[in-house]
Design a protein around this ligand. Structure first.
Ligand SMILES: Nc1ncnc2c1ncn2[C@@H]1O[C@H](COP(=O)(O)OP(=O)(O)OP(=O)(O)O)[C@@H](O)[C@H]1O
Length: 256
């Protein structure tokens, strides 16, 4: 196994009396898709937001290639190579597909504020190359707000790639998607992970997606890490069965 890219150790965060994340530790290696699952309120979003710096941890350590991220600003963490997928905001929906990726490249090049009007000329070829990787080059000049939902998700992935992240955080990447689109997006994500040697940490409620695409999984319940392993190990894990029992979520294939 390769050296971990991300090493999270004893990470914790409380809100008032609630321990949202209670001393969790895990590693993530380049080329690996790691799913973070758990019932509602388990601490998944809180964990994510600590890794990208939006939320300050109370305790622990988050090392990226041995460099401490804790206490750094989100922008600084992004510069170190931690990206995340963002939903294409309303304001960007009227831009074309390629312009959305060009905006991300502008931002990466730190020109966003001063030169935004010149986005139309900025690194269009690079943006098209990124769109090619997600199968959206042919639709580059269409406005985002006319695209099918699954295609918007592909563009969001291209936007996230503009910063060449070493680690990509994806919060419920397939939410609201039909099963076929979900599988296509995750297959694409997996390809990008392999091609770029990138690591992905993702949360997901759809168990069929998790079991089909995660290399490894970590399971949180009430802020604690209760299980870690390969999908098949997790499926049969008694503690995991216990926390999911009665939540309405099962590990059977979704019928949706
Ligand atoms: N800003 C906040 N202020 C107070 N409590 C919070 C805050 N954010 C999260 N919590 C609490 O921390 C716990 C963990 O929440 P978190 O959103 O991380 O869970 P989650 O696993 O992402 O849940 P979901 O699957 O429902 O999104 C919950 O009890 C939640 O109510």
């Amino acid at each position: 196994m390769s050296t971990p890219l991300l090493q999270v150790n004893n990470l914790g965060k409380s809100f008032g009396g609630v321990k949202a994340v209670d001393g969790i530790s895990f590693d993530l290696s380049p080329g690996e898709l790691l799913a973070l699952i758990g019932p509602n309120g388990a601490g998944k979003t809180t964990t994510f937001n600590m890794v990208n710096g939006q939320l300050r941890a109370d305790q622990g350590s988050i090392l990226l290639k041995g460099q401490e991220l804790l206490g750094r600003k989100p922008r600084d963490i992004w510069r170190q190579g931690v990206g995340r997928t963002f939903q294409i905001a309303e304001t960007f929906a009227s831009l074309t597909v390629v312009e959305n990726v060009q905006m991300a490249l502008l931002s990466h090049d730190d020109l966003l504020m001063s030169m935004w009007r010149r986005a139309a000329n900025h690194r269009r070829d690079d943006a098209l190359a990124l769109l090619d990787q997600v199968g959206m080059k042919a639709q580059a000049d269409r406005p985002c707000n006319v695209l099918a939902y699954g295609d918007v998700k592909r563009v969001e992935l291209a936007v996230a790639m503009a910063n060449s992240p070493k680690l990509l955080l994806m919060d419920e990447p397939t939410a609201g998607m039909a099963p076929k689109e979900r599988n296509e997006l995750m297959a694409l994500t997996k390809d990008l992970v392999i091609q770029r040697g990138m690591a992905v940490l993702f949360t997901e409620h759809s168990m069929d997606v998790v079991f089909a695409y995660a290399d490894r999984m970590i399971v949180l319940a009430r802020g604690r890490l209760i299980a870690e392993g390969k999908p098949l190990e997790i499926r049969d894990h008694p503690k995991v069965q216990e926390v999911y029992f009665g939540t309405g979520k099962t590990f059977e294939k979704s019928k949706a």
